[in-house]
Design a binder for this molecule. Structure first.
Ligand code: NOJ
Length: 541
């Protein structure tokens, strides 16, 4: 569908098949030289964002916070962190981004607040405090032991003892991030006002932090130990997190939120951080009989190995698990899991291009992490310069700061991210050639390759929702038909010979320069990590 038709076709929800771009605000662009990226910096960068062909940006937490978990410890759900700007800046960003065809999503953190939030400060004042029951409290077990075996993200017990009241409070992350008690009706009611507050100001939607986690087992039962079949990423320190998250009651919340979101014009979007490794249960978050979240992150895909058989297997299982009409979400990097150019591609730009091409041609919505479009890699930050408390609590685990480093705009001092004289909040990686300016000037760069993909997605030629048919799969290559195109990808460092049942049409884009417009025959020789998309709609046999 052409861009114009797509924009004027009201039956096409705007988020379906969209491309989102995650901006880690502190690291993207600093407008005032204090070493921290900010909202005004994003406004300065809107032309760049538009050049990527994206439809929306998701901003990492923007709300006031003591930053023990960099904004995922919110102390006011109705404000903007002064390091990042003001509510007026945010409203200006929303307005100006719209002028570039870009919607703005915020990050919502409903599972827990900051311990500095006035609700928790009040709750701590004693068992009869107004907000006491907004949090999860429980008496000690014998010997003053924590109420159960739940473990927090740091690897320590998920409970902190409050001497004054003789009770424990729950925190699935840091002790400074007390979990809210979603069984108390005042909590869901408050979050409905938070949604409306921002949506009334033109915010296009929310990425929902810990979307699977809001409700806890009412009886606070012990989590069971892992079984050999459990994917390691689904576990916490050898336990299945079935009682401190993944509770069925959360679905009713999303049914209500969905109705509120869809009541806006245009509809607002809910994108869940659904840490779910079972495809059917992932599908449940989209809603079965009644609609829930519009989009859900797909962590089995994020953690897949980047080989033809692994990726094809995860994609096909995803498509089979989601309810009919649900929009899959493809992403491979974020501020927690690291950058895919490092994790999947050994920092090889050829493999990075192949991965971008595969994600861009899969049917569904795609979420890029800032810097993915450059092939930006994880940065090895010495431990004494790391700032992420959660990963610092686990020696031996690669810190999350590695994937939160400032965006390199130029090859100069501080990479144009902040003033050359400023001290960036995290160090930049090596950026003498990997930066926006250099890649913009290089026709063979990852950036210019992404721009071609972004334009094809924006025009609806690739990435549209629908059937995906694998037409070839072996140890090196995966070829599939999606919509009106055929994608052929050699996901290996060795050259490959591919024989398709019949020729595809003209090449729309290839990881090798200069192939656009060439007919892709039934027999193709592919270089290492070479991938291409050709026009060609084969009837489903
Ligand atoms: C997931 C966020 O992405 C992560 O950065 C944060 O530490 C936890 N949720 C807790 O909010």
């Amino acid at each position: 569908m052409a861009d114009q038709d797509r924009l004027s076709d009201n039956s096409w929800p705007w988020w379906h098949g969209a491309t989102f771009y995650q901006v880690y605000v502190r690291s993207w662009r600093d407008s005032n030289g204090d070493g921290t990226g900010d909202l005004a910096g994003i406004i300065d960068g809107l032309d760049y964002l538009e050049s990527l062909g994206i439809d929306g940006i998701w901003l990492s937490p923007t709300m006031p916070s003591p930053n023990t978990d960099w904004g995922y410890d919110v102390s006011d759900y109705y404000g903007v962190h002064p390091d990042l700007g003001t509510t007026d800046d945010l409203e200006r960003l929303v307005k100006e981004a719209a002028g570039h065809g870009i919607s703005v999503l915020l990050d919502l953190v409903p599972n827990h607040t900051s311990s500095a939030h006035p609700w928790f400060v009040d709750a701590l004042s004693g068992p009869s405090a107004e907000h006491r029951d907004w949090y999860v409290w429980a008496p000690p077990k014998a010997g003053n032991a924590p109420p159960n075996n739940w473990i927090s993200a740091t690897g320590a017990p998920a409970w902190t003892f409050d001497e004054a009241s003789g009770q424990y409070y729950l925190h699935n992350f840091l002790p400074t991030q007390p979990d809210l008690n979603w069984w108390n009706p005042a909590v869901p009611a408050e979050f409905e006002s938070v949604l409306r507050f921002w949506w009334d100001r033109g915010v296009a939607g929310f990425r929902i932090d810990v979307a699977h986690g809001l409700y806890k087992d009412r009886q606070l039962r012990d989590n069971p130990p892992a079984t050999p079949d459990d994917p390691p990423e689904a576990l916490r320190d050898g336990f299945r997190t079935v009682y401190n998250s993944h509770r069925p009651e959360v679905h009713e919340i999303y049914r209500r939120w969905r109705k509120i979101a869809d009541g806006y014009e245009p509809g607002r979007v809910l994108l869940g951080e659904t840490w779910e490794f079972d495809y059917e249960r992932l599908g449940d978050y989209y809603g079965r009989d009644e609609a829930e979240l519009h989009l859900c992150f797909n962590f089995p895909f994020v953690f897949s190995r980047f080989s033809a058989r692994d990726i094809a297997g995860v994609v096909e299982a995803t498509l089979a698990g989601l309810p009919a009409g649900a929009t899959p979400t493809w992403t491979a990097s974020n501020h927690d899991v690291g950058r895919f150019p490092s994790r999947w591609c050994g920092n090889d730009p050829r493999a990075v291009k192949a991965a971008l091409l595969v994600m861009a041609t899969l049917p569904g919505t795609m979420v890029l992490y800032y810097g993915d479009e450059l092939g930006m890699t994880d940065v090895d930050i010495p431990r004494h310069l790391q700032l992420d408390e959660i990963s610092l609590a686990r020696p031996g685990v690669p810190g999350r700061d590695r994937c939160r480093t400032p965006m390199p705009w130029t090859g100069g001092k501080n990479g144009g991210f902040t003033a050359p004289s400023a001290r960036p909040w995290l160090p930049l990686g090596e950026h003498s050639s990997l930066n926006v300016q250099a890649e913009h000037a290089d026709p063979a760069s990852v950036l210019n390759f992404w721009r071609r993909l972004g334009a094809l997605r924006r025009s609806g030629q690739i990435g549209t929702l629908g059937h995906l048919e694998t037409v070839l799969l072996d140890d090196q290559c995966w070829a599939y038909r999606a919509g009106e195109t055929i994608t052929v990808a050699n996901l290996s460092p060795e050259p490959a010979e591919v024989k398709l049942r019949r020729g595809a049409g003209k090449i729309l884009v290839s990881t090798s320069l200069g192939q656009e417009g060439i007919e892709a025959g039934g027999h193709l020789s592919l270089g290492p990590w070479q991938a291409l998309v050709a026009a060609g709609a084969w009837p489903v046999p």
